[in-house]
Design a protein around this ligand. Structure first.
Ligand code: 13P
Length: 251
């Protein structure tokens, strides 16, 4: 049994003051949760401030994105090392919103994955098919291509802290969740491909689910053998809801 990871992706919501209030509330509500790893990914402008506010609590921080270079003329970007120095332990890579709105490709995801490891960040690589792809029966094929493109020939030694997030695009922010069985089918396929690509040591890679996760569906999702946690968008901005998700009870 892997230690579950419950991560909140705040996306482009919350300024520093709002973020500080959310963290204050979360600290009260999630308590000293040892069994579950709790993570939030605030906007870049809040990371360093929140780093001080989560100190002494089990809440960890993730960046929502990084660039792959170590420095340079890349206006608007940050390096893995900068995110790490600001207080991040993790980074989200290849979120479907970045793929859709900012032209992120599998090749970029691969470069960012290497950069994350270089910069001391644990990577959360996001995969997900669109509605058209699912309806065409291509979900597993699309996921397999994205996973292969992200990892290429990297070995388990480099990827020891890897997390994979399966986020079907049609389930993000839509209120439509993949059913626990639909999610489990994809998670099991990802697990198998990880074994093929990385060997049996890949058993430590957590595969988390994202897409309209809420208090009402977390228990059933976490009851599935290959679902090792959740990447939560909207509900992570509501401390009571997020705390309930962290304190899931498998069903
Ligand atoms: P929602 O939980 O709002 O559907 O967002 C999911 C997501 O994209 C998390 O990264």
């Amino acid at each position: 049994m892997l230690r579950p990871l419950i991560a909140g992706n705040w996306k482009m919501h919350t300024d520093i003051n709002h973020g500080a209030k959310l963290v204050e509330k979360l600290r009260e509500l999630v308590g000293a949760s040892e069994d579950v790893e709790v993570l939030i990914a605030p906007p870049t402008t809040s990371i360093h401030h929140l780093h001080f506010l989560v100190a002494g609590s089990p809440i960890k921080l993730a960046a929502q994105n990084i660039h792959w270079e170590t420095e340079g003329a890349y206006t608007g970007e940050i390096t893995a090392e900068m995110a790490h120095a600001a207080g991040c332990e993790y980074v989200i890579i290849g979120h479907s919103e970045r793929r859709a709105y900012f032209g992120e490709t599998d090749e970029w995801v691969h470069k960012k994955l290497i950069a994350a490891v270089r910069g001391g960040l644990k990577p959360i690589v996001c995969l997900g098919e669109s509605l058209e792809e699912r309806e065409a029966g291509k979900a597993l094929e699309v996921i397999a291509t994205q996973l292969k493109g992200a990892l290429k020939t990297l070995a388990m030694g480099v990827l020891k802290d890897l997390v994979i997030a399966y986020e079907p695009v049609w389930a993000i922010g839509t209120g439509k969740t993949a059913s626990p069985d639909e999610a489990e089918e994809v998670h099991a396929a990802i697990r198998e491909q990880l074994y093929d690509m990385l060997g049996t040591e890949a058993k430590v890679v957590r595969i988390i689910y994202g897409g309209s996760v809420k208090a009402a569906n977390i228990d059933e999702l976490m009851g599935k053998p290959n679902i090792d946690g959740a990447l939560v968008g909207g509900a992570s901005l509501k401390p009571e809801d997020f705390a309930r998700i962290v304190n899931f009870e498998k069903s």
